[in-house]
Write a protein that binds this ligand. Structure first.
Ligand code: ZN
Length: 240
């Protein structure tokens, strides 16, 4: 994306987010299905992740695994065109190679600052579990801004702190947000891992609190239950 288009996209995103107050409380009509999965293993890679599907297209978020259950579900919806990574921790990448192999032509997106985590077992935290997790999968890198991804309008909101390239994926037309490990029901994911930064985390918390979303916007989180924006602001101790 050249600089001018990128600046225009950023202005468009800001206008979109700050104008949401005018539709506060409304529910954007959409026929999107969001299927939740849980991954775990004897090595402790417990995480929740999601598959988005509609007539627009199908997107797999953070493939924490790609086992028979996943393969069967994704086959039933005709495959996925895109894999979105919220950040480069191994519990989001563990099933990536298998997911790419099972979905020929799929495009993987990750923020440019977390792409190096694909090949860095320290930063992707696999080494913490005595395993050197590396993926050779190639990805397209993102920065903050507006994108069209698999037929969806997607606003990428950069929220570093948990990792350098942690992002939120906001789908305004579907009235939903992918929170990763940053925006979760109870808390904002910690900065304690390699690549984490507490000052950045605090800045991202302040940034998120300035954004306005519809109360009934659905939020899908990297660990724990899904929520809504209104509920999140009651339950998340870091956002109160
Ligand atoms: Zn994480």
């Amino acid at each position: 994306m050249n600089k001018l288009i990128k600046i225009a996209a950023l202005f468009a995103m800001a206008a979109l987010i700050f104008n949401c107050s005018s539709i506060k409380g409304s529910s954007a009509s959409s026929n999107v299905t969001v299927q939740r999965f849980n991954s775990n293993s004897p090595h402790g890679w417990e995480a929740d992740f999601h598959v988005i599907s509609s007539k627009k297209g199908n997107i797999l978020i953070d493939p924490g695994k790609y086992d028979d259950e996943m393969a069967s579900y994704i086959k039933s919806i005709g495959g996925v065109q895109v894999i979105l990574i919220t950040h480069g921790h191994w519990d989001k990448l563990r099933g990536l190679d298998e997911a790419v192999a099972a979905n020929p032509g799929v495009t993987v997106y990750v923020h440019e600052l977390d792409y190096p985590y694909f090949k860095d077992p320290v930063r992707n935290c696999s080494i913490e579990n005595d395993f050197e997790g590396i993926t050779e999968t190639k990805a397209q890198t993102l920065t903050e801004g507006a994108y069209n991804i698999a037929g969806y309008k997607v606003e990428v909101i950069h929220t570093p702190g948990h990792t350098e390239g942690s992002v939120l994926y906001y789908f305004p037309d579907e009235n939903m947000l992918i929170g990763g490990d940053t925006i979760m029901l109870d808390l904002v994911g910690s900065s304690k891992h390699p690549g984490g930064n507490e000052a950045d985390r605090q800045a991202s918390i302040a940034k998120f609190k300035k954004l306005i979303f519809p109360d009934d916007m659905k939020i899908y989180c990297g660990h724990g239950a899904d929520t809504t924006y209104a509920q999140l602001m009651q339950t998340n101790r870091d956002l109160k």
